[in-house]
Design a binder for this molecule. Structure first.
Ligand code: NAD
Length: 483
């Protein structure tokens, strides 16, 4: 099946921090792929704006190198990279000063969509928003895109929201969480609300529990100092895992519309119960003969920041009463695997007797690698020898179902095109982010006050033993972490 590409309206996209790591690794190669797919109009322009004293040709050189280095699927032969680069400009700008703003204003066109991507440290968000407004560069139709981290607690998130709201309406603000741009995440909504099969079973009566896992094999690497101030809770749970939890647990919105969807997500976050200490397991990876420990990587031998966390979450509403949602994420685990598993209850009565064993349907939604879904169903084991049951997956990997996986845009590409189209459905609203921090803050404050020390876990393992015990106490087990 060939995906249909509908070109977007023409635009001027300014990337603040256009020379930075995120712009080079994700944003610019992503835009190049949209150009190659025919989605980016030939008169659209991308303007890099950063501190480096570059000319346009130096910026184009940097982007050419970035595309060669980071474009995962080698599209470079397929279309003319120079044509794409010709649509790029650059302006040297001082986010906190006056330099560059009048030049930027002179470069912008009036009759096109104007979008401003803040790919810079959050401490610059307010200054940039103010200068865009004060210099008359943005208008009431302009869009701004902001990156994570959106605050480090409720107070700082509110301050950031306030800084942006001083100059932009909420309908103009696109808070990116690239997890929401993943094909599978949107497919989760299609599966839940586009089929009659699942929704009648999607509740405490038929679902035993849900597991959300985001496992990484990498450590904190060169980001040790930054990561040590955040930890897995702030870096992954408050944003990415929380968004996945919302989509899996929310009520059906009345329509697929930004506020209808985000209203339902917000209700889920607000219904999350506080978590008791014995339902929180924090861990740190230990040293091996060849690798450093988390504390070495963080540069703090006494660090109490978690590189792993597992939580037993509970949503206080009718749909999910007594149905735990277990979430876990960590670094240096045994495999890179992100998935949501919806584990259904066993049949109320087995007609096949005890020897048939216990079986439960599992809907497994894989986010990476190999985005796709499988539904585990129970069938008769083929062959003679009586009625033996076996669990087999009904597999729907996108590559197989939809043809060439290269046609599926990656998360950043899709989200940037949504910004140009003015569709906020897959972006976090300000009140959602604040509600997420309001739930997260007391948990972090709680373990800080208790002087909780993270449990050590082996590199290449599934995390600390305590996380396995937490589920074992409830006669459940984590699903295996595997690619
Ligand atoms: P970076 O340090 O690599 O780049 C920062 C960019 O900002 C550079 O282009 C620099 O010139 C520009 N800049 C800095 N100070 C400036 C100033 N005063 N005026 C004008 N320009 C200035 O950072 P990055 O890794 O690209 O991250 C950018 C943002 O994206 C941060 O908020 C980060 O948290 C977020 N983010 C990054 C990643 C990633 O993978 N790098 C992932 C998720 C979120």
């Amino acid at each position: 099946m060939v995906s249909r590409v509908i070109p977007v309206e023409t635009f001027d996209l300014v990337i603040f921090g256009g020379t930075g790591d995120l712009a080079r690794r994700k944003i610019l190669p992503g835009l190049y792929r949209r150009f190659c797919s025919g989605q980016m109009p030939s008169d659209a322009r991308i303007i890099g704006a950063a501190r480096s004293d570059f000319g346009t040709s130096e910026f184009r050189d940097l982007v050419r190198d970035a595309i060669h280095e980071f474009s995962e699927k080698n599209d470079c032969d397929e279309c003319n990279i120079e044509e794409f680069l010709a649509q790029l400009d650059y302006v040297t700008i001082d986010a906190k000063g006056e330099g560059g703003w009048s030049e930027l204003k002179a470069m912008m066109r009036n009759d096109v969509v104007k979008a401003f991507y803040f790919s810079v440290a959050p401490s610059l968000f307010g200054a940039i928003a103010e200068r865009l407004h004060m210099n008359g560069i943005s208008d009431a139709d302009s869009r701004i895109v902001v990156e994570k981290p959106f605050g480090r607690d409720l107070v700082t998130a509110k301050a950031l929201n306030g800084d942006l709201a001083a100059h932009f309406d909420e309908t103009q603000i696109y808070r990116i969480d690239h997890y929401l741009g993943k094909e599978t995440v949107q497919n989760l909504m299609a599966v839940r609300f586009g089929n009659i099969l699942f929704e009648p079973l999607w509740n405490a009566q038929y679902i035993d529990h849900i597991q959300i896992t985001v496992a990484e094999t990498v450590g904190v690497g060169g980001r040790g100092e930054y990561y040590d101030r955040a930890g897995a809770m702030r870096d992954m749970v408050q944003n990415h895992l929380m968004q996945l939890l919302c989509l899996i647990a929310m009520e059906p919105p009345s329509k697929y519309d930004p506020d209808a969807v985000r209203d339902e997500k917000l209700k889920v976050i607000r219904a999350l119960e506080p978590i008791a200490p014995h339902h929180i397991v924090r861990g740190q990876y230990d040293a091996t003969e060849t690798e450093q420990s988390y504390r070495d990587d963080a540069g703090d031998p006494k660090s109490r920041t978690e590189s792993y966390i597992a939580l037993r979450c509970q949503i206080a509403n009718w749909r999910w009463a007594n149905t735990p949602i277990y979430i876990r994420t960590g670094k240096k685990l045994k495999a890179r695997a992100s998935e949501i598993a919806v584990v259904f209850k066993e049949t109320p009565h087995s007609i096949f007797g005890e020897e048939a064993g216990t079986h439960a349907n599992v809907l497994r939604i894989r986010l990476q690698p190999n985005e796709g879904m499988t539904l585990q169903v129970t069938i008769k084991e083929p062959g003679p020898g009586g009625m033996r049951l076996v669990d087999v997956p009904l597999d729907m990997s996108f590559a197989d179902a939809l043809g060439d996986e290269d046609d599926v845009p990656d998360a950043y590409e899709r989200l940037i095109m949504d910004v140009i189209r003015g569709n906020q459905t897959l972006f976090m609203r300000g009140d959602e982010v604040e509600a997420a921090w309001a739930w997260t803050d007391p948990l972090i404050n709680g373990w800080t006050a208790r002087n909780d020390v993270p449990k050590l876990y082996d590199v290449g393992s599934a995390g600390p033993d305590d996380a396995a015990l937490m589920l074992k106490r409830e006669n459940r087990a984590w699903r295996e972490i595997k690619e």
